[in-house]
Design a protein. Structure first.
Length: 159
């Protein structure tokens, strides 16, 4: 049922009837599969992607590169668990390359994000260094393109 999961990831508002037609099975099988996926934590939740800039919501999102000292026996997992427990953290990823983790956070102001980094994230013993990058504009997220409506020119045209 990988096709079902892909369809749900693309648009979780599709009805069981629509999903059944697209997959080529019955609504009952779709309903049973979705229930099983939820119970097995394969489907972790459902989320609408909102263009908050379009409604003038003033939030700040930051991507933080984090260098971490792995913990004996647990590697990076214990540190990651400590980081992702914070309410501000939207995502936490183990990375390859020059840093160990990427943490995505949101706050109301630059100051709020800065306080999170300095007082919470950097205070974790295993965290050795951070580099914070503020997201200035979103172009695409979760396969969805953020596109402002094209502006109409005002004025008079003489033909």
């Amino acid at each position: 049922m990988d096709q079902l999961l892909q369809l749900l990831e693309g648009d979780c508002t599709l009805s069981h009837k629509q999903l059944a037609a697209m997959v080529g099975t019955s609504e009952e099988k779709i309903q049973d599969s979705i229930r099983r996926y939820e119970e097995e934590n394969i489907i972790l939740g459902y989320k609408a992607v909102i263009d908050w800039d379009a409604v003038k919501r003033e939030d700040v999102t930051a991507l933080i590169e984090v260098k971490v000292e792995p913990q004996r026996g647990d590697g990076f997992d214990r540190v990651a668990e400590r980081i992702y427990q914070y309410e501000e953290v939207e995502a936490c990823y183990l990375m390859s390359g020059d840093f160990d983790m990427t943490v995505i956070i949101s706050g109301k102001t630059l100051q709020e994000v800065a306080m999170f980094v300095s007082q919470k994230l950097s205070a974790i013993d295993a965290v050795k260094a951070t580099a914070t990058h503020f997201i200035l504009k979103k172009y695409k997220e979760n396969h969805l393109i953020f596109k402002a409506p094209e502006k109409q020119e005002e004025g008079f045209y003489f033909v």
